[in-house]
Design a protein around this ligand. Sequence first.
Ligand code: T5A
Length: 211
Amino acid sequence: MSSEMGKFITLEGIEGVGKTTNRNYIRQLLEQAGKNCIETREPGGTSLGEALRELLLEHKHEGMSADAELLMMFAARAEHLHKVILPALRAGKVVLCDRFTEATYAYQGGGRGLNDKKIADLENWVQGDLRPDLTIILDAPVALGRQRAGQRSRPDRIEKEQNDFFERVRQTYLEMARHYPERIAVIDASVAIDKVQDQIDHVFREHGILG
Ligand code: T5A
């Protein structure tokens, strides 16, 4: 991405690892460093994306085919990129996004077992060469993430999957981090929130995001 463009930062991880909690913290960090930042999420971030999110997560569509799920994720993403992400990056802003395409590799690839090539073809088509500048994977054991998420709300269609599904999702995230260490950082999210946030500070400084 050229130097006039803003920075694209994404937060990833299985359910309940603290993406929403830490998104608020990261926004504060960025604002304290004088950055102009927008927060958004996937699936969602636009009116069409939020409508697709509802279709994807509500129980009415139990048994949705994996291909339909994949295509809806990318339909929401295409709209999000055109209407929100690219305009903000072109205006030099930091875009802080709760989940992006790494979630598709983890959930539809690792979780549902779709071929990575299908996902990569859609990624290249919809995003061109745009990739996040930094992805933070909040990592915690499946049982802990599910326990935290369960305390907060009733499970949606995807959250109702079994532990082995989320284990595959988690392992796919960790594999991506090993593959792209320059742009994907893993943080231990099983510890207390202040310790998670110390690690986030460290990663942001290491990547020169606050400077
Ligand atoms: N999806 C998405 C795909 O399948 N493919 C895709 O391409 C994309 C983009 C979206 C769903 O869509 C799927 C993945 C998801 O299933 P979502 O709302 O983005 O859903 O994701 P969720 O993981 O469901 O979000 P959650 O809100 O459940 O989890 P968070 O945001 O990770 O967790 P958070 O911050 O709400 O924290 C959960 C609880 O834990 C506590 C918090 O206070 C909160 O109560 N907590 C901690 N407690 C102790 N110690 C800590 N360190 C804590 N951190 C948080």
